[in-house]
Structure formats: structure tokens, C-alpha cells
Write a protein that binds this ligand. Structure first.
Ligand code: DGL
Length: 265
């Protein structure tokens, strides 16, 4: 079991930002990543649908034999977290709470902006997760078009800067000092987002903290692959348009992506 890969899922390439941190922090671990490009983006869909798609992918990962699951997608985390923890025997890690934890430790004025997909923002998952932290004002905003830009590989340029102003200027005016990138696609737009909000606002994403949660869960269950094992094997797959997914994944993650296969679920 310790040699088994870690299953990671997202609606597309966004979860690669989490995979990046997992590969950096747990370099001996193998990963099996699935981008559900057949049904992505998840953001515009009702949560019940997202739940169905994400559970199907997780069932596939468990049947494949992964030793832990990382839901590298805020929308899917909001939709399935409680079910997933009851449904599977292996550790299931999500991305909402790690981002909240980081934001709480970063903010100085207690005003935190959260941006995410329409489904994530509508679910209320972030204000719920912040509820335990006293004296934090949370201002949420859906940024539905960001994911489409990233999935097209368009991460800079005039058009995305203009959209970013439309989404973010209001949050800046309201005095936030911390902005949670509540969608795993958004760190791929960091250059644009930080340019638009300016240097005084700290950007927080869940990738690093999520990798830490994963490390802890594997450690507690004695599931860590010993360092000094044979080199890890990483598998990347997409449920549709694997060639396009592969091209973007290589661009975002570099040479760890050798190829991406198509998987039907
Ligand atoms: N990357 C995902 C998230 O964190 C999903 C984006 C989408 O599919 O709309 O929410």
C-alpha cells in the first residue's frame, strides 16, 4: 500500500497547481492525476452534478488502488467532502480548509477576499470554513471566466487583465489585505491577479498547505513511501481531449509530465 500512488482530481488542469506542491514536498510519492475535461468546467454546474462526477472519478481512483485522494478542486471539495470521507477507507484531503487556515494566519486587518467559481461561492463553503475564526470579515466574489481562460492556456494578455479588473477592483476598494484564490486554476493567473490588486494584498492559495495536510495524513497512517525507494511514477489522464490536456500540463508542470492518456469513467 505504501507504494501505491496518490490520486488527485480536478475538472481540468487547475489541480496541477496542487500536484506541483505535492511533487515538491513529497518527491518520493507517485501520483495518478485525472482532469475531468469531459465535464469541466465544474463551476457553472449545480453542486449535485459536480458531486456525481467527482464521486465517479474518486471511485475510479480507489478501484485503481490509490492510497489517498486529494480533491484538488474547490468546487468538488465544496460538493463532496463529507460524502467522500464517509465513502472511502483511505485519507481524503480537500483544498478549502487549508486555504482558510493560511488566510487566517496571513491577514492583518481581518478583511479577507475570496474568489472562486460560481458553484463554490454559491455553496457558502468558504464563509462556513471561516466561521470558526473570530473577527474575520469575508467578502466573496465569483470569477466565472477565469477558468475558461486558463483551460485555453491564455494566462496573460489585455483581455484577462481587463476581466480581472472587473472582478477584483471592488474587493480592493473594500479594503481587503488578503485574497484567497479559491479555485485551483487561479494560481496560474497569479501574474495578472497580483498586478491588478497591487502589492499590498497578499495572495493565498491552498496548494502548499494541502500538500502539508497530505503529508500529515500519510504519516499518521504509516503510508509514506520511504525515501530511497525506486523513482516515483506519475500518471496524468484526462476524460476528454487528452492531447490538449497534455500540452497544457507540460506547459504548467514541466518535464514531470511525459504524456497524458485518455481515461473513460
Ligand atoms: N479548479 C476547480 C476549482 O478549484 C474547478 C474549476 C471549474 O471547473 O470550474 O474550483
Amino acid at each position: 500500500m505504501r507504494d501505491a500512488p496518490i490520486g488527485i482530481l480536478d475538472s481540468g488542469v487547475g489541480g496541477l497547481t496542487v500536484a506541483r506542491s505535492i511533487i515538491d514536498q513529497l518527491p518520493q510519492e507517485s501520483i495518478y492525476y485525472i482532469g475531468d475535461t469531459e465535464h469541466g468546467p465544474y463551476g457553472p454546474r449545480p453542486l449535485a452534478e459536480v458531486r456525481e462526477y467527482a464521486l465517479a472519478i474518486m471511485d475510479h481512483l480507489v478501484a485503481f488502488g490509490v492510497k489517498a485522494i486529494v480533491i484538488a478542486c474547490n468546487t468538488a471539495s465544496a460538493a463532496v467532502l463529507h460524502d467522500a470521507r464517509e465513502r472511502y477507507q483511505i485519507p481524503v484531503i480537500e483544498v478549502v480548509r487549508p486555504a482558510v487556515r493560511r488566510a487566517v494566519s496571513v491577514t492583518k486587518n481581518g478583511k479577507v477576499g475570496v474568489i472562486g467559481t460560481a458553484a463554490t461561492i454559491k455553496s457558502g463553503a468558504y464563509p462556513d470554513a471561516f466561521a470558526a475564526a473570530p473577527n474575520i470579515e469575508v467578502i466573496t466574489k465569483a470569477c466565472p471566466m477565469f477558468v475558461e481562460f486558463v483551460e485555453r492556456g491564455e494566462t496573460t494578455g489585455e483581455e484577462v487583465i481587463q476581466i480581472a479588473h472587473e472582478y477584483l477592483d471592488d474587493l480592493v476598494e473594500r479594503g481587503i489585505d488578503t485574497l484567497v484564490l479559491g479555485c485551483t486554476h487561479y494560481p496560474l493567473l497569479t501574474a495578472v491577479i497580483s498586478y491588478v490588486v497591487g502589492p499590498k494584498i497578499s495572495l493565498v492559495s491552498s496548494a502548499e498547505e494541502t500538500a502539508q495536510d497530505l503529508f500529515q495524513a500519510l504519516l499518521e497512517k504509516n503510508l509514506l513511501r520511504p525515501s530511497g525507494s525506486t523513482p516515483p511514477i506519475h500518471v496524468f489522464a484526462a476524460t476528454k481531449n487528452a492531447a490538449q490536456f497534455q500540452e497544457l500540463a507540460k506547459r504548467f508542470l514541466g518535464p514531470v509530465v511525459q504524456s497524458a492518456t485518455q481515461v473513460s469513467i
